[in-house]
Design a protein around this ligand. Structure first.
Ligand code: GDP
Length: 608
């Protein structure tokens, strides 16, 4: 492009470096350098470029115009500027001693089966006021209780998977950890892991010695075991509080909560409810009726309906806020967990969220983040494509002494489990074998996933999700292996076994039929019956069932009753209508899929 002669108007150009976004329009660019859009258009026209005021300009055009008017500019990617602006908003003063005290946020950690879930339920139920409006407790990933007029927030995804997933993203959501140790079992591997995680995060630990009601309980032994890991009880000269409890019988729980409040007071937790809210995403999923739903923990400020917010690469105006009682609320202050409706997409657990000064800024930041995410996942994909292996072949590759990469596509029912599965899988990585996450996502497996797996030479791992029929067919044509799990240990065990060349025969669950729910009938004394159309195969009475909504397993059980019109039927084939009763399961919706299956062992031949 030749620079035409141009007579600049007299207004002085701003001093110093002017930040200009790539792909700015004449309308954006002009005012930044004290010119009008018309000046920009006229200049470019003389240079032989016809542009309108709202058309994106190329880097060349922007630089040319800047040079012409004598402005020193720096071109940045769109959103970069806003990102910086938004980050500045995040750096609020944490040590503001004038801010009011806020409730502590508590996570319960410990070995599996040591009673975390029961304690969480017990604490919650004992404090729910009967007959309270709403009344039905909602599991939104966290809840708040009140004790002696003081609130305490509990993260109700027990275990340290969620905690580590948060920390992996740099999010610190927990103020106090309650470490659960069963008095009959003592310190176990995950007890130690939990201690290490809490210590690494520098979060104070309160130890609950549980199951003291058991005959074989030995609380002293359990305490001594914990003390060996550096948590020494006060009576032994240390500074850790131990509380003996029985989550089952409710013993010691009041005392535990009192201790918790004492500890919280010592921590002197403060946050201002003033100003734009910020915090962290605890959990998020796609709800069929409501769209993306995120549970967030507000850490500072107050979140309100109507606020424009950014969470990871998702953004939107808050359409509704729902508290842990299932009630709509208009605002949520510090340490309050609340469900947010209105985001553009599912925001990953552990992402920060912040209320932006405007919709425009929120949208720009989110779209830039998405752009970068896509870039980096494309990069990873290309990397995985090059030389990665499937689950069946990984051992062979390791044996050849090559740097082996196990290519996986992971799909899960909600973001929290996706994070947990990913984190756990990452822990299996060793020097000789890395895991390439070709793609990770929430929801059932689709043809896209299969296609990607086929090109990237990846195995698909599903957690609480299933492939739809088309995906299943494509997978068998493309020889893509899909492994589905409902228990995380089983999943990890399989991957680990594959790494040592001992992939066990899989009990393949062969789908025998699927039917679509088209109508729902209520039958007195029996409950709901799904009026279905059999899409494939045969539906047989008493066969095992997975109940799917948008590819996600929401219930498992058996076909309890099967009818053709008014008569009992033993089986109903594809192309026919039937009525299916699923014992205690009543949450039926039109469009849901009832998938029946049987288990068969598939022999696996490993040529190694
Ligand atoms: P989690 O895996 O740590 O969440 O453990 P759960 O809360 O699911 O508890 C595991 C099992 O231990 C369940 O069967 C509980 O009923 C039982 N349990 C939990 N706390 C107690 C307790 O205080 N006493 C007794 N006897 N059993 C308990």
């Amino acid at each position: 492009m030749d620079a035409p002669s141009f007579t600049p108007v007299d207004a002085p150009v701003p001093q110093g470096v002017i930040v200009v976004e790539r792909a700015s329009t004449a309308l954006d660019l002009g005012p930044k350098v004290n010119r009008t859009a018309a000046d920009v258009i006229r200049f470019l026209m003389q240079a032989g470029e016809m542009v309108t005021a709202t058309q994106s300009l190329s880097d060349d055009m922007i630089e040319l115009f800047a040079a012409e008017v004598g402005a020193e500019i720096r071109l940045v990617d769109p959103g970069e500027e806003q990102e910086v602006e938004l980050q500045k908003l995040l750096q609020l003063d944490d040590d503001d001693q004038s801010a009011p005290v806020r409730p502590p946020v508590v996570t319960i950690m410990g070995h599996v089966d040591h009673g975390k879930t029961l304690l969480l339920d017990r604490i919650r139920n004992s404090t729910v006021i009967e007959g309270e409006a709403g009344g039905i407790t909602q599991h939104i990933g966290a809840y708040q209780i009140e004790r002696d007029g003081q609130a305490i927030t509990f993260i109700d995804t027990p275990g340290h998977e969620a905690f580590t997933a948060m920390r992996a993203r740099g999010a610190e959501s927990t103020d106090i950890v309650i470490l659960m140790v069963a008095a009959d079992d003592g310190v176990m591997p995950q007890t130690i892991e939990a201690i290490n995680h809490a210590k690494a995060a520098e979060v104070p630990i309160l130890v609950a010695v549980n199951k003291i009601d058991r005959d074989n309980a030995d609380p002293d032994k359990a305490i001594a075991g914990v003390a060996e890991h550096g948590l020494v009880p006060e009576e032994w000269g240390g500074d850790t509080i131990f509380q003996r409890i029985s989550a089952l019988q409710g013993t010691g729980i009041d005392e535990l909560l009192d201790q918790l409040l004492v500890l919280a007071e010592m921590e002197d937790l403060r946050a201002s409810p003033e100003g734009r809210a910020q915090g962290v995403v605890l959990e998020s999923n796609l709800d069929i009726g409501r769209g993306p739903v995120a549970t967030v923990l507000v850490q500072r400020g107050t979140l309100r309906v109507g606020d424009p917010m950014v969470a990871g690469a998702a953004w939107g105006r808050v359409r509704a806020l729902i508290n842990d009682q299932g009630e709509n609320v208009t605002e949520a202050g510090p340490s309050t967990p609340v469900q947010v409706l209105g985001l553009s997409e599912v925001a990953g657990a552990g992402h920060d969220f912040v209320v932006a000064p405007s919709d425009k800024l929120a949208g720009r930041v989110a779209s830039t983040r998405e752009h970068w995410q896509r870039q980096s996942s494309l990069g990873r994909e290309a990397h995985a494509l090059a030389g990665g292996a499937k689950l069946e072949d990984i051992f062979e590759q390791i044996q050849r002494g090559e740097a082996a990469t196990l290519n996986l596509i992971v799909k899960a029912d909600v973001n929290g489990s996706l994070e947990a599965v990913t984190e756990s899988l990452r822990k299996l990585e060793r020097d000789e074998v890395k895991i390439g996450f070709v793609h990770r996502g929430v929801g059932g497996m689709t043809e896209n996933d299969i296609q990607l797996a086929a090109t990237a030479n990846a195995t698909i791992i599903g957690f609480n999700v299933r492939p739809d029929r088309k995906a299943r067919e494509l997978a068998s044509n493309e020889k893509v292996e899909i492994r589905t799990y409902e228990i995380i240990y089983k999943l990890l065990e399989d991957v680990e076994s594959a790494m040592v060349g001992m992939l066990a025969p899989e009990y393949e669950e062969v789908v025998t039929g699927d039917a679509e729910v088209r109508e729902i009938f209520s039958v007195p004394r029996i409950g709901k019956i799904a009026g279905c159309y059999v899409l494939n195969g045969v539906i047989t009475r008493n066969s095992k069932v997975r109940f799917l909504r948008e590819g996600t397993i929401i219930w498992k059980g058996t076909v309890q009753s099967l009818k053709r019109f008014k008569d009992d039927a033993r089986e109903v084939a594809a192309g026919y209508e039937c009525g299916i009763g699923l014992s205690d399961f009543q949450d039926l919706k039109e469009g849901d899929i009832i998938e029946t299956y049987e288990e068969r062992e598939i022999e696996r031949t490993l040529d190694s």
